[in-house]
Design a protein around this ligand. Structure first.
Ligand SMILES: Cc1cc2nc3c(=O)[nH]c(=O)nc-3n(C[C@H](O)[C@H](O)[C@H](O)COP(=O)(O)OP(=O)(O)OC[C@H]3O[C@@H](n4cnc5c(N)ncnc54)[C@H](O)[C@@H]3O)c2cc1C
Length: 289
């Protein structure tokens, strides 16, 4: 049962509050995942450490060639941020699809990562942006690639009882680069995606210089479609090659049939179409269309 709810003023005070309570305290951000989990498990923690009053965690900034997002930034905030719209349309598009207006106003991007859900929209978009996670504990700050934070389906390597993710960051978008995000869902609100794809492309004239293509939910965390990425590198930007990449993305998709998310055959069938569309949208962004 939660007996105490604390509002530290600094990251250091948050880490101290976790340490003082030795595994019985836990970070809470928007609480949209944690409180449901707490209700189910009944006895998850005794103390909740709320980050929302720490000023430095509330902002989205551009610093030294990177976009940096604080741990208290909500999906609604990101979806309309000038920095995100300019440098990471994929993330703005993903954040604008999450849950409902109420959920987007409360839930955070960092919470979406730490919760470890392979279908988490913001995390799938961040995966194509080459995102790094900044983690602080009693020993100091360390960084890790987003992909390394996943320990299994709905399991994170981040231990919210002793570690605080303070920010995530990714490189600013260069000229001739673009990104996009697409999801297929049962309803337009309050529904996790049945299929989500994100792409970042770098163009060199009429060819792809490189591509990062991500698909979900097909495993623990967002998965890179590496065969498709390899094929597109140096290929002409045309409909035929994007269609071929869609077929190659299937090599990395292991769907499970689910009453909520649809059959594996259906999702395997629509995957190439979504890959083609997300690549086309990312190319349009890169060309400033
Ligand atoms: C009705 C409903 C609809 C939803 N629809 C969607 C949807 O369409 N798409 C989607 O992706 N998600 C959806 N979600 C899930 C949810 O809103 C997101 O995963 C959300 O982004 C989690 O963020 P939060 O701030 O609420 O995290 P919290 O619930 O506060 O925390 C989640 C986990 O992360 C840990 N944590 C949070 N912040 C930190 C930090 N800075 N450092 C260390 N640990 C931390 C917490 O301890 C906890 O374990 C939905 C949820 C609900 C209730």
């Amino acid at each position: 049962m939660v007996e105490n709810y604390v509002f530290p003023a600094t990251v250091s005070a948050a880490v101290t509050a976790l340490s003082t309570n030795r595994g019985r305290a836990r970070i809470i951000a928007g609480g949209t995942d944690l409180l449901l989990e707490h209700q189910d498990s009944k006895n998850l923690c005794d103390v909740l450490v709320d980050l929302t009053t720490i000023a430095e965690l509330k902002n989205i900034t551009e610093e030294n060639g990177f976009i940096r997002i604080g741990a208290s930034v909500t999906h609604a905030q990101a979806a309309k941020s000038e920095h995100i719209l300019k440098h990471a349309p994929a993330l703005a598009q993903a954040c604008s699809k999450i849950g409902s207006l109420q959920i987007r106003n409360t839930a955070t991007i960092v919470g979406n990562i730490v919760t470890g859900n392979p279908a988490a929209d913001a995390a799938v978009a961040l995966a194509c942006l080459d995102t790094t996670v900044e983690v602080t504990n009693l020993d100091g700050m360390q960084t890790m690639p987003l992909a390394d934070t996943y320990a299994g389906v709905c399991l994170s390597c981040i231990d919210s009882c002793c570690q605080v993710v303070t920010h995530v960051h990714f490189p600013v978008k260069q000229k001739n680069q673009g990104s996009a995000y697409l999801r297929m869902e049962q309803r337009k609100a309050l529904s996790l995606p049945m299929l989500a794809v994100s792409a970042m492309v770098a163009l060199d004239g009429d060819t792809f210089d490189w591509v990062r293509l991500v698909i979900a939910p097909v495993g623990a965390g967002p998965q890179r479609a590496l065969d498709a990425e390899e094929f597109l590198k140096g290929s002409l930007v045309n409909a035929e090659n994007m269609a071929k990449a869609g077929q190659l993305a299937r090599n990395h998709a292991v769907f499970r049939s689910s009453a909520i998310r649809g059959s594996k055959e259906y999702r395997m069938g629509v995957l190439p179409v979504f890959v083609e569309r997300v690549l086309q949208a990312a190319v349009e962004d890169a060309r400033g269309a």
